[in-house]
Design a protein around this ligand. Structure first.
Ligand code: PMV
Length: 314
């Protein structure tokens, strides 16, 4: 407790892309991830007497209260209990990311809500505590999250993440022009994580080797980013994608978008996040080439895409 309670508390958090290492990160291997400029924001006020706590999320236009059946209500109730909130609060939140798309929207929302209720109560919490509490929220949606989404929602920037360890900041020698394309197919990370777990149970030795291969790709990816070698990073995207496709978590639409990106001049492309739908990413030589890839995805696949300059100073 560090400040007097306020009448309104505000909080925000960012979404993320996993550049390399999704799924294997659940099994203790490293991932390279980056915060996105867009994410979630929340505003908390004390609820009028007699009212129970509530969370309204736009643009989904959903309102939940602890005790309701929806996962969002369970996550909100879990977070309020974990944060030790004793009085009823009213939270208005806004998510700027497509939900269920592999961009960490649920983690960004959880962290933004936590920050808003902490600010309202005059509570200041370090990043480790924010991670622990927001993970309680995330478990409701994802079952067995590695924590990478939450760590990135809290810290932003470009980082190396290993489950259970604090993030390590990575400095990009050159900004990474990234195209993020949304397949529009909603993905459930809980389902794809469970699919991979079944494959791991059935054939542990083979899957461990695949995870080790991805870990080597991630290590080389970090070196490529630090050296500003976007061409090498592109090749590593492609290698990571073929291993993810071998785990049967890519989709036809994602493969088509990845093909479009490569044909339009991307240096490499892959799915990002849980897969089974959701988003793909492509790394390009410069912003102009990224814009061309974005347009190609919009024109040839009819899908929404945006360009993010990752690791840009400032
Ligand atoms: O789909 P997202 O944005 O929640 O990303 C999930 C990343 C996984 O590695 C597949 C799961 C995890 O918990 O790390």
């Amino acid at each position: 407790m560090s400040a007097p309670p306020l009448a309104t508390g505000a909080g925000e958090a960012c979404g993320k892309v996993i550049l390399l290492g999704e799924h294997s990160v659940v099994y203790g291997r490293p991932a390279l991830a980056a915060g996105l400029p867009r994410g979630a924001r929340a505003r908390a006020t004390w609820a009028p007497a007699g009212e129970t706590s509530s969370l309204h999320v736009s643009p989904w236009d959903v309102t939940v209260r602890p005790g309701d059946e929806r996962s969002l209500a369970q996550a909100f109730g879990t977070l309020l209990a974990a944060a030790g909130v004793e009085k009823a609060v009213r939270v208005e939140a806004e998510v700027e990311l497509p939900g269920g798309s592999g961009l960490g929207s649920s983690a960004a929302l959880g962290v933004a809500v936590l920050r808003a209720i902490d600010a309202l109560g005059g509570v200041s919490r370090d990043e480790a505590s924010q991670l622990e509490l927001s993970l309680a929220w995330e478990r409701v949606f994802h079952g067995n999250p590695s924590g990478v989404d939450n760590a990135m929602a809290i810290a932003g920037g470009l980082a190396w993440y290993v489950r259970g360890e604090p993030i390590v900041r990575v400095r990009a020698r050159r900004a990474i022009p990234l195209v993020v394309g949304d397949s529009g197919e909603s993905c459930s990370t809980k389902i794809t994580v469970a699919d991979v777990a079944r494959q791991h149970e059935k054939n542990r030795e083979r899957m461990e080797k695949q995870f080790d291969a991805i870990a080597a790709i991630v290590r080389n990816g970090r070196l490529a980013v630090e050296a500003g070698d976007l061409k090498a990073l592109g090749q590593l995207f492609d290698m990571n994608q073929s291993l993810l496709a071998g785990m049967l978590i890519s989709t036809r639409t994602l493969e088509e978008m990845i093909g479009t990106a490569r044909a339009a001049g991307a240096l490499g492309a892959k799915l990002t996040g849980g897969g089974g739908g959701g988003c793909m990413i492509a790394v390009c030589e410069d912003r102009e080439s990224a814009e061309r890839v974005r347009e190609a995805i919009a024109e040839q696949n009819g899908k929404r895409a945006f360009v993010a300059m990752i690791g840009e100073a400032g």
